[in-house]
Design a protein around this ligand. Structure first.
Ligand SMILES: NC(=O)c1ccc[n+]([C@@H]2O[C@H](COP(=O)([O-])OP(=O)(O)OC[C@H]3O[C@@H](n4cnc5c(N)ncnc54)[C@H](OP(=O)(O)O)[C@@H]3O)[C@@H](O)[C@H]2O)c1
Length: 344
């Protein structure tokens, strides 16, 4: 059984990673179609040792495509995902356009796989925000053991989370600083080279940013609406890999050793936690890896049943492309999708 899969945004950071991951995991494809805007029509992207010619989204007919992975931003998704879904093609969407829609499941397969069955309402499944995906992978096993009451998180998010323009800006500004050239600010609100910016996405009325609000809303939707969460999201001059300093208060007692043991066995998690120089993960080492890495697990004696930890993952993989491909695999594993075209 194999599926015709379209990748919308195939020329972007996430789209390219998506093609790598489909190939790496041997996803059962009968055909892969690379789609982007008209600007990229006719350019080429790699899929394993093959080269795919990019086609324009607005000229493509989805009627014989089984799965569409959308990675072209919220506006494109709002316009196209419902139309594609109505053509009987299941959309897995990386943008925030449908994440908070009650008729669209928001899925991290390690966390809430059973919610996927809701997808038939709109034929759309949402992929969470990159910083939430890695957080809930680590929180889920701890919540099951000791019930999380409150989470305080500060993120250190890489520039690839802002797309290929974000990566270009860090590169260009860094070079400009070294050659004493003029440093131009375009994508970010302040210079990102040799700096950190405590602002991701737009400001809301209460002073939080939309990125911070997304972490609250998505954790509640996927894990437990009773969990209280407060976030500060910060952009840092790192190309790939989001890091998070996380403080968690539980209802029941839990030791650092118990947390380490449970996280060692948990799906998608890898504990790297030696209390010595270098005995922890950094974003550089997480790039290109599938795992959510957890380090620096320690008890917080300033609250009842408190733990602090450091969580790092490749934002283009678990935060986007890998999670989307895992959702597609879950659809197949559960027999929720059949190829439209039977193999000859
Ligand atoms: N980066 C992350 O860590 C991350 C994590 C989670 C979710 N996401 C989400 O994933 C999506 C893509 O992110 P990215 O980092 O890959 O961005 P990106 O590198 O800027 O790529 C954007 C892609 O969208 C395509 N596109 C733009 N306008 C289009 C249109 N009108 N029709 C068809 N295709 C269009 C672009 O094609 P052209 O080359 O033709 O312009 C390009 O392929 C966003 O929704 C983002 O929020 C990203």
């Amino acid at each position: 059984m194999s599926f015709k899969v379209a990748i919308v945004g195939a020329t972007g950071n996430v789209g390219r990673e998506m093609l790598n991951i489909l190939e790496e995991r041997g996803f059962p494809v009968s055909e892969v179609v690379a789609l982007a805007s008209r600007r990229s029509q006719g350019t080429e992207v790699s899929f394993g040792d093959r080269t795919l010619k990019v086609r324009a989204l607005d000229q493509y007919d989805f009627s014989d495509t089984d799965i569409c992975i959308m990675s072209a931003g919220g506006n494109v998704s709002k316009e196209w995902s419902p139309k594609i879904g109505k053509q009987g093609c299941v959309v897995i969407d990386n943008s925030s356009a449908f994440r908070y829609d009650q008729d669209v499941p928001l899925i991290v397969p390690e966390v809430n796989p059973d919610a996927i069955s809701l997808f038939t309402r709109k034929n759309i499944i949402a992929n969470p925000n990159c910083s939430t995906a890695q957080l809930v992978v680590a929180l889920k096993p701890l919540h099951d053991l000791a019930t999380i009451k409150r989470v305080v998180v500060a993120t250190y998010q890489s520039v690839s989370g802002a797309g290929k323009e974000g990566m270009d800006e860090l590169f260009t500004q860094t070079r400009a600083v070294f050659v004493a050239d003029q440093v131009d600010v375009k994508k970010f609100t302040k210079r990102i080279a040799f700096n950190v910016i405590p602002h991701i996405d737009v400001f809301l009325d209460d002073g939080f940013t939309k990125e911070e609000w997304k972490m609250v809303a998505e954790t509640k939707k996927m894990l437990d609406p009773k969990i209280m969460l407060t976030a500060t999201c910060v952009r840092v001059p790192v190309f790939i890999g989001h890091s998070e300093a996380v403080n968690i208060e539980f209802e029941k007692p839990i030791t650092a050793e118990e947390a380490r043991e449970i996280l060692r066995e948990a799906p998608g998690c890898q504990v790297l936690d030696k209390r010595e120089d270098g005995g922890y993960i950094t974003p550089l080492e997480s790039a290109g890896e599938d795992a959510t890495f957890i380090s620096r697990i320690r008890e917080d004696s300033t609250v009842d049943n408190g733990l602090s930890m450091w969580i790092v993952s490749d934002n283009l993989r678990k935060g986007a492309a890998l999670n989307a491909v895992q959702i597609a695999e879950l659809l197949i594993e559960r027999g929720l999708i059949q190829p439209k075209k039977k193999a000859a």
